[in-house]
Design a binder for this molecule. Structure first.
Ligand code: ADP
Length: 305
């Protein structure tokens, strides 16, 4: 099983990508759908919201009046925190339940609009960002979805910047073309990366690595930061530190496109304590104390000491 986080700004094309990947067999956990589910009529979530914000947030039929809730919750930081304090744990718990129910060979796709904002990128085997420029998104949101322009602009402004998204993207899907172009990119991602990645993780197989040397690439530093954060989450308390080492950590020169890391264990821990954690996290053991990538799209070598 692998977990893939899918995100992008509002109107970027997440739903379109999610549809293609779900058609191919992804196990979708949609944060927006869950967010509606946990405050549906009759839920504990809705009861808590009414206790916090009053009966005025209900429609005559007893369902949540989203506009009325927004008018009360988005007035200041304190009210917004109160709302998130109720809904976020419920959404998290439900997403966890669905994750637990996923088959052992699932490619779990979690569509999370605020993945970048809430800092959860390192919790995924892979983060996929769908991107379209702001003016393109505005046109699509106001045109096809009929959203008032002011609302669309406000939503876009409140979300992460393009740089923040780039920093956590393992895969960047450009949606400036047609919906068919985007579907083709998503289908290729599924066939060429997600399916082999999942099989490798489940069977604890390392993907092939390139051996030819290339000039040091500027993007390696950002990729190493992402992988360092990922390894820290994967190793948890068993590791004390993760360091990017070797020729790809240099500012010039030539090296194969294989990022090298040292994972330093916490006091009292042995390499065997981290073997299964790294393997499940996407880095199977290649030889004693050395792990490598299950992901065919990003070669890494990790030595554990
Ligand atoms: P998100 O889920 O990221 O908010 P959607 O996938 O719903 O974005 O896309 C936003 C709107 O733009 C939808 O109406 C969708 O049909 C439309 N759309 C998505 N991709 C394209 C595209 N490449 N060309 C034209 N319209 C698109």
């Amino acid at each position: 099983m692998i977990r893939v986080g899918l995100t992008g700004g509002i109107g970027a094309g997440k739903s379109t990508v999610a549809r293609t990947l779900t058609e191919r067999g992804a196990y979708l956990i949609d944060a927006d759908v869950i967010a509606r589910e946990v405050v549906a009529p009759g839920t504990d979530g809705l009861t808590q919201l009414v206790e916090a914000f009053g009966e005025g947030i209900l429609q005559p039929d007893g369902a949540l009046d989203r506009a009325a809730l927004a008018a009360r919750a988005f007035v200041d930081e304190g009210q917004r925190k109160k709302l998130n304090g109720i809904t976020h744990p419920l959404v998290g718990a439900r997403a966890f339940e669905l994750l637990e129910a996923a088959p052992a060979d699932a490619i779990v796709l979690q569509d999370i609009p605020l993945l970048v904002e809430n800092g959860s990128a390192p919790f995924f085997h892979l983060v996929v960002i769908v991107h379209a420029d702001e003016d393109v998104r505005l046109a699509r949101l106001t045109g096809q979805r009929g959203m008032p322009e002011e609302d669309a602009r406000a939503r876009i402004k409140s979300q992460a910047s393009v740089e923040d998204r780039r920093a956590v993207a393992d895969v960047w899907l450009d949606n400036s073309g047609t919906p068919d172009d985007l579907a083709a990119l998503a289908a290729a991602l599924w066939d060429e990366r997600l399916v082999p990645y999942e099989g490798n993780v489940r069977n604890r197989i390392c993907a092939p690595q390139p051996s030819e040397e290339v000039d040091v690439r500027p993007e390696w530093a950002l990729q190493a930061t992402r992988l360092t954060n990922r390894l820290r989450v994967v190793g948890g308390d068993t590791i004390a530190d993760v360091v990017h080492v070797g020729p790809t950590a240099a500012s010039a020169g030539r090296a194969p496109d294989v990022l090298e890391f040292e994972v330093r264990l916490a006091d009292g821990k042995a390499p065997a304590d981290v073997t299964a954690l790294l393997a499940d996290g996407g880095f199977p053991e290649r030889s004693a104390g050395v792990h490598a990538n299950a992901d065919p799209g990003r070669a890494v070598t990790i030595s554990v000491s």
